[in-house]
Design a protein. Structure first.
Length: 180
């Protein structure tokens, strides 16, 4: 009888030890996974650190180059319309992106005589079908929320939020559900 009682007590001690150890482990992992938001000073320090590194130096050299200046000037020309999310008239110049592009579905457009890459987010089957019906020289009305650029591309990248052809909406970006 004593052996049974001792065995039960040992099992109880071992089981309670495992439960407490598991609880402590879960609490530590919860603390680790929550990222701490950076302050403005920390973000500026990280930016300066990146600019001093090899990637930052390459980007600064690209910005100072004629190709970089051309891309930045093109982005600046439509910056007010993009920030206001106002309509921009565009003409499709090419249905394909430059070679080596990794932007997904997009096309080349011209706005006020300057060339841009028009990029879209995730497309449903119906949206893809409507966008793939576009032809070179089609006139579009576009709204965007952002213009970006990268040294890899010789053109500014316009994110298409709304595209209209002949007064018919052919694409409208669905806002994210998480609020960003």
């Amino acid at each position: 009888m004593k052996k049974v009682v001792y065995t039960l007590i040992v099992l109880l001690v071992v089981a309670s030890g495992l439960v407490l150890a598991n609880r402590e482990f879960k609490n530590k992992s919860a603390e680790i996974t929550t990222p701490k938001a950076l302050t403005a000073a920390e973000m500026n320090a990280e930016l300066r650190k990146w600019e001093a590194g090899p990637e930052g130096k390459k980007f600064k050299a690209w910005e100072a180059s004629p190709a970089g200046k051309k891309v930045l000037a093109g982005a600046a020309k439509i910056n007010k319309q993009v920030s206001d999310s106002s309509d921009m008239e565009a003409v499709v110049t090419s249905l394909s992106l430059p070679p080596g592009s990794r932007l997904g579905f997009g096309m080349m457009i011209s706005i006020n005589g300057d060339d841009y890459i028009l990029n879209f987010g995730a497309l449903s089957g119906n949206e893809y079908q409507q966008l793939s019906s576009l032809k070179v020289n089609d006139k579009l009305i576009i709204r965007s929320h952002s213009v970006s650029y990268a040294p890899k591309y010789a053109y500014p990248i316009v994110m298409g939020d709304y595209v209209e052809r002949d007064s018919k909406i052919i694409y409208k970006r669905v806002p994210r559900k998480d609020g960003c």
